[in-house]
Design a protein around this ligand. Structure first.
Ligand SMILES: Nc1ncnc2c1ncn2[C@@H]1O[C@H](COP(=O)(O)OP(=O)(O)OP(=O)(O)O)[C@@H](O)[C@H]1O
Length: 248
């Protein structure tokens, strides 16, 4: 399905070259639910943006279903079946939620089909369907609407960057159910960037990214116990809760 081959990504920072992704190799197989985690600043969002075509690698190749997509634009990749839900979704003044779902689906979805996608992400459809995707929506509402657009698009590879960010505790359970259903349907590959143990618990595979490199990749059963024994996934709070003396 997706192969990242020897990917590097450098930026100019204060007139110095900064390496964000360093010779990264990663394979995502068909129908897999893969969760990418790791410390803040490790390069997870950058890797997701490289896959979606928002950034272009300095070195390396990206292969999707056997085709080299390294030079392809965001739109070309979207047309090939890659969708991306941002950590901080954009607002679209003048466009209603109904319009946005139809644009995402690429067809004239019925109102009831749109309502189903909104219900799936825990929104009461009749309250939202005609609302504008503008600043009046809260961050959490916007996030759930964006996840609904990815569901409506129905792509082969769906990438979600920290879908839990800004989502309240009540809706979080609902979000887990959405992902569990997507996983069971097994119709697409899903790549989720997350720090949440509850999301890691439903992964087929876990990838740990630190310092721009894959430091661990394997089945959940193998990787999660290793992570829970370190501060990689639970962060400083978890480390302190366990009475760790060297948490930084
Ligand atoms: N265009 C850029 N210019 C300079 N530095 C950048 C740029 N893009 C990313 N970085 C830096 O690269 C590193 C990786 O960023 P990235 O957002 O990919 O990390 P992340 O693993 O997603 O972090 P988090 O878990 O905090 O979301 C960070 O130190 C970030 O500040």
């Amino acid at each position: 399905m997706l192969e990242l081959k020897d990917i590097s990504f450098n930026v100019q920072d204060d007139s110095k070259e900064k390496e964000i992704i360093r010779h990264l190799d990663l394979n995502i197989d068909d129908g897999k639910f893969v969760v990418v985690t790791g410390p803040n600043g490790g390069g997870k969002s950058t890797m997701a943006k490289l896959i979606a075509g928002i950034e272009t690698p300095t070195e390396g190749r990206i292969i999707f279903n056997g085709e080299d997509i390294t030079g392809k634009s965001i739109t070309e990749r979207a047309n090939l079946g890659i969708s991306f839900a941002f950590q901080q979704p954009a607002r679209f003044k003048g466009i209603t939620v109904l319009d946005l779902l139809r644009i995402a689906a690429g067809k004239q979805l019925t109102v009831s089909a749109c309502c189903e996608f909104l219900s799936e992400v825990g929104l009461c459809a009749r309250d939202y369907i005609n609302r504008e995707v503008n600043a009046s929506l809260s961050g959490g509402e916007l996030k759930r609407i964006e996840i609904a657009t990815v569901l409506a698009r129905g792509t082969q590879l769906a990438i979600f960057d920290e879908p839990e960010a800004g989502i309240d505790l009540w809706s979080f359970q609902n979000l887990i159910s959405v992902f569990e259903r997507m996983r069971t349907a097994n119709t697409r590959s899903i790549l989720i960037i997350s720090h949440q143990e509850r999301i890691l618990q439903i992964a087929d595979e876990i990838v740990v990214l630190a310092n721009g490199q894959v430091t661990k990749h394997g089945p959940r059963e193998e990787i999660l116990p290793e992570l829970l024994g370190t501060s990689d996934a639970v962060g400083v709070c978890g480390c302190l809760k366990r009475g760790g003396a060297n948490c930084d």
